[in-house]
Design a protein around this ligand. Sequence first.
Ligand code: SF4
Length: 478
Amino acid sequence: MTLSLVRKTQEAELQGQLARRVYIETMGCQMNVYDSERMAEALGRHAYVTTTDIERADLIVINTCSIRDRVEHKVLSMLGSLRKLKDHNPDLVLCVAGCVAQQVGQGLLARVPHLDLVIGPDQIASLPDLVAGARDRQQRQAATEFVHRKDYAFPELLAPDDGRATSFVTVMKGCNKVCSFCIVPFTRGREVSKPSQQVLDEVRLLVQHGVREVTLLGQNVNSYGKDRKEELDFAQLLRQVAAIDGLWRVRFTTSHPVDCTDALVEAFARVPKLMPFFHLPIQSGSEAVLRGMRRAHGVDDYLQKIEKLRALAPHVALSTDIIVGFPGETDADFQLTLDLLARVRYTSLYAFMYSARPGTTAAQLPDDVPLAVKKARLAQVLALQDQMSQAWLAGFQDQEVEVLFEGRSRAGDSGPNSLLGQLDGPPQVTGRTPQNVPVNVAATDPEALATWPGRLGRVRIDRVHPHSFSGTLLGFVA
Ligand code: SF4
């Protein structure tokens, strides 16, 4: 998006139009990345273009996430450092969006006098009007109302013009679960499923513009359609998306085990375009801790789903989320988590130390696991997972894999979320294996950076890194 929008800025300026620039800082999860794109699109219809130069921006949006600890502190500190820009340019509009905005609302305006707007995730479509009010009428406001599910309209997805090979498509918003540690139901509201026709139309539009892989997004995609009687369920939606001509790969995230149906598990065996990577959060291996977390499932029913999946589709790579140090977690509880990890042998995971989120049920419990113990448990989880991940990744050495190329690689082999692991030397083109491992391939062809993205290549894995591969292109499949 950036390159094409920069180009549009230049075109607008060449034509003598004064385009306004928006700088969007995105924190947190894929849902926020998706929301930031929708904000850019909504503003784009009102003559805004995105910029990567914060000092030249007419509008700065900080799209926040409250999953990580101390994020409110980080947002306040960032707003403090923007004070100078605002003093220098009183027409600059400052906006905080996302989950922290939803949670703190008016309180942010009270604490930061130079902040103009606070908007919750349901207000993305109204962002241009709210910005105009702030700019033209000096209206400072917090717009954090949830839109009733009957009136909620998902922001329209525009055709991408940046040559991307992969794209997110949100299929629902909100969450009806009540996990005691989680703030999402308070910041994103109840579940609303996007009409399946809209999802399918959006995927077709993306495919027409060169997208070859989509990731269907939601806080708990497995419960897709439950809020609309006439709707498809998630496994049916997945199959219809996969049936779209020109689309090569489908992924989805994220899932709650309770809503993971047999039909969804079977899809991994029966829908060839569904990529063999499944993120299924468990959070803890202890029944007692799961009860405290109000996860509504136990270890055994979770493991039954994994066993069913392994029996039908043993090639699927599994990942999960783990929280260590939840209130009341004993050494014995923690050992059960380590046992579970060793039993399932995930290929990657996200692990966090518990910290209370104000407003959640768990925040009323005593945070009684000392920080040093939480740190030690986190280190043990990561060390065990590293061993298992390395053993799994090592199995790909010298193997041939299919890679969908996405673009130039960025620096750093920085974990399961990392796009790639850039090494010194010639430019590298990056892509992902079916199991979602980033692969870097040296761009021997001078045109590679322009012509490989969006193509599917056969790649031999030459080196295994902590979270990625380097390889050699053997040829193209498509
Ligand atoms: S399923 Fe639980 S952890 Fe996931 S978003 Fe909903 S409440 Fe939060």
